[in-house]
Design a protein around this ligand. Structure first.
Ligand code: NAD
Ligand code: GLY
Length: 360
């Protein structure tokens, strides 16, 4: 087992990464501070993995809350099911919520924990690659609004993150690729050596080589933990983690939640960010092709959906969380492994990029 630390002073917490961790009951129980715990999962994941947690919960008052599966259920209405469950069963403010699932379950459970009785503890047990390398770490929690992705939420850090890499055995190939988008993101943001490693090892990752996956998860979590420790509330460099997300969120919202997977939309968004960086003269065409080749190797989309037009993007991107005082900021590339957050581009450069990508 590897143990990393998210260093946030009194809110610091460990990330455990390894095989068979769901069987190590004390790993979970040592982080449950009160007498009670509610496991939140969904109808797909609970039948696969809930039983593994039950021995650890024997000495606690415990219950489960099973949500419907899908990004389209990541909303305030479904979130209410968690509050109702907690209230009906008299769970108090010493209760720990346990998120067992992908990013949707993790974000919703985290937001329920941030808001129930003004804040209770929670634990992340991510079961998708995407949740292992990104959403379970760093304390961003929330739900979607019909007008914008992840627009309702809070920062709330978990007590720990338990990554049992064996859970990836049941994840389908499309979801594995979606997780690889966020892995590639770390290489593009500030880790060029990792980008080169991914170019060499993408086949192994797709073949689910255990050592390669464990390495990619650890390196991604190290990258994320360092950025979160430096800028927990996204006052500066944490925004780099949104590379590809402004374009990507527009795709997710524009196409209807759940039609494009989050990782797929981010992959296409990173491609669009690379194209725009090239149009601004910041990276050469070879680098754009390197990005495209790696995303394609990971079986990820690099072209935006045909159903969307430039004005759809512009309208949806205008509600991005990086908009400040009406000014859109984007995460773009000065190089592979060197991203920056910038408003230093013309509307024309953005329009040209959209036209180019949509025509491709
Ligand atoms: P997801 O949670 O919808 O999971 C993908 C699918 O895989 C679901 O159908 C799920 O039931 C299934 N699944 C999960 N684990 C499985 C397993 N081990 N075996 C078989 N099936 C399994 O999607 P995701 O990609 O994990 O997460 C995407 C969400 O995460 C988005 O809502 C996105 O906004 C959010 N996100 C949040 C952050 C953050 O910092 N909080 C970062 C990135 C993404
Ligand atoms: N996934 C973006 C962040 O955690 O900041």
């Amino acid at each position: 087992m590897d143990t990393l630390k998210v260093d946030l002073g009194e809110r610091s917490y460990p990330i455990y990464i390894g095989s068979g961790l769901l069987n190590q009951t004390e790993l979970l129980t040592q982080h449950i501070q009160g007498q009670s715990a509610l496991v939140v999962s969904n109808e797909t994941i609970a039948p696969l993995y809930l039983n593994k947690l039950l021995p650890a919960l024997e000495k606690f008052k415990s219950a489960t809350c099973i949500l419907p599966d899908g990004e389209q259920y990541k909303n305030l209405e479904v979130l209410n099911q968690i509050y109702t469950n907690l209230l009906e069963q008299h769970f108090d403010r010493k209760t720990t919520l346990i998120a067992l699932g992908g990013g949707v379950v993790g974000d919703m459970t985290g937001f329920a924990a941030a808001s129930y009785q003004r804040g209770i503890n929670f634990i992340q047990i991510p079961t998708t690659l995407l949740a292992m390398v990104d959403s379970s770490v760093g304390g961003k929690t929330g739900v979607n609004h019909p007008l914008g992705k992840n627009m309702i939420g809070a920062f709330h850090q978990p007590q720990c993150v338990i990554i049992d890499t064996d859970t990836l055995d049941t994840l389908d190939d499309r979801e594995l690729s979606a997780g690889l988008a966020e892995v590639i993101k770390y290489g593009l943001i500030n880790d060029p050596d990792f980008f080169a490693w991914l170019e060499e090892n993408m086949d192994k990752l797709l073949q689910r080589d255990k050592d390669a996956l464990a390495y990619a998860i650890r390196r991604s979590c190290e990258n994320k933990a360092a950025i979160v420790a430096a800028d927990e509330r996204e006052q500066g460099m944490r925004a780099l983690l949104n590379l590809g997300h402004t374009f990507g969120h527009a795709i997710e919202t524009g196409m209807g939640y759940g039609n494009w997977l989050h990782g797929e939309a981010v992959a296409c968004g990173m491609m669009m960010a690379a194209e725009m960086s090239h149009r601004l003269g910041w990276i050469n065409a070879d680098k754009v092709e390197d990005v495209r080749k790696l995303l394609q190797k990971a079986k990820l989309p690099t072209k935006p959906p045909e159903q969307m037009i430039a004005s759809d993007f512009l309208q949806l991107m205008a509600v991005d969380k990086k908009v400040i005082d009406g000014n859109l900021r984007l995460v773009l590339l000065k190089d592979i492994g060197k991203a920056l957050v910038t408003a230093d581009f013309s509307n024309e450069a953005l329009s040209n990029t959209l036209q180019h990508c949509l025509a491709a």
